[in-house]
Design a protein around this ligand. Sequence first.
Ligand code: FEO
Length: 403
Amino acid sequence: MTSNFPAVPIAPDVYWVGAIDWDIRDFHGYATSRGTTYNAFLIIADKITLIDAVKKQFQAELIQRISAIIPPEKIDYIVSNHAEMDHSGCLREVADLVKPEKIFTSAKGIKALQQHFGNDLPLTPVQDGDRVDLGGKTLLFMETPMLHWPESMFTLLEEQRLLFSQDAMGMHVASAERFADEIPDYILEYEAAKYYANILLPYSKLVRKQLDKIAGQGLAFDIIAPDHGPVWRRDVDRILQWYHRWSDPQPSPRVIVTYDTMWGSTATMARAIAEGLKQGGARPRVMPLGACHRSDVATEILEAGGLVVGSPTLNGNLFPTVADLMVYLRGLRPPHLVGAAFGSYGWACKSVPQVEEFLRETGVDIISEAAKAVYVPDEAALRECNRLGREVAAAVMSRCDQQ
Ligand code: FEO
C-alpha cells in the first residue's frame, strides 16, 4: 500500500525521510519566503541508521516516512550532525520509540543534547576521523565546529561518497522536488546565497578551512545531502564552488543603499546617493527597509563592496527598522565593506552618528563623511548626497581595479 508520506530514495539503500514545511515564513528572524524542509535520511545496512531528525511538530511525518521503509523500531543508530532544534527537536520522542543502541554525535553535541534533553539518551561521542562500520557501509565523521554551532559535524557515507552536510550547502526551500537538478538554477543560487549570508557568513574563515581540509584529504563527493532544501546528486561542484566564492569575497562594484524614512526626506537622500554611486561607476542597489526584509538585505550584502545606511532621527534615536538591521548585521559581520551614513533630522541629528557607530562595530570601513539634511533635503544637501555616492563609488571601484 502506498504511504501517505513516502520515503524518497536518494542513493542505493539511502532514503530521504524528512519533512516539508510549506508554511514557515520566519525562521528565527530569517524570512523564509519559500518555506523550508527538514531533511533526515535513513541508511539501510546491517546497522540501520537515521541521520538527523526533524523539527518537533513534524515528528509524525518523519515516522511515517521511515515506516514506509522499515518499522522504526529496527533503527539501530541515530547520528546527530547538528543539535539545533530544527534537526533534533523530536529526538527524545524518536529515541523513546526507536530505542536506538547508540546516538552518535560530537563531544560538544553530547553536551548540547544533554542540555536540551537530559542525560538518559544513549549518546556516544565521535571525533573527527572516526569511522563506524554499519556492515558493508561505513560512516566517517568530520567535525565542523562553528559551522554553524560548536557541535556541528558532517557524516560521510564512504562507499557511496555521500556527504550528509547538515546546515552547510543547504537552503530554505520547500518543494515537492527532492533534488537540486529538478529546481530552477535562479532559485538554487539565490536561496543558497541567502542561506550562506544569513547563517554561515560570520564563520566564513571556518568554511574556507573546512573546504581546504576536504580538498587536502582528497575527498570527493557524488552526492551532498544537506539538512535543508534539495539534495545535490549531480554537479556537486556547483554548490562547492559557490561556497568557495562566498567564503572568500572579492572586491565588488555593488553598493547597497538601505534606509528607512519618516516623511520621505531620507528616501530622497537615498535616491540622490544612488545617482552619485552610479555616476561614480558603482552598481547601487537601493533597499528601503519598509519594503525589504533584513535577511534580504544581508543576502545582497554577501557579494557587495559597499554599504550605505540611512536613518532619520526619531526621539533622539535610530528609526527602529534601521536599528533592527544594524544589530542583525553586527552579528553577521560582513567582511571587506566600505561605507557611509546619511539621514534627515529636525532639531538634533542623533541617528547618523549611531549608524556610523554600528557600521564601525560591524567592521565597515567608513570612507566618506556622512550626509545630513534638516527636515527636507535642499539642493545643497542633495549635492552632499551626490558627493557621498561618488566617494563610496570611488572607493569600491579602486578596490576592484586593484584586484
Ligand atoms: Fe538547520 Fe542550524 O539548524
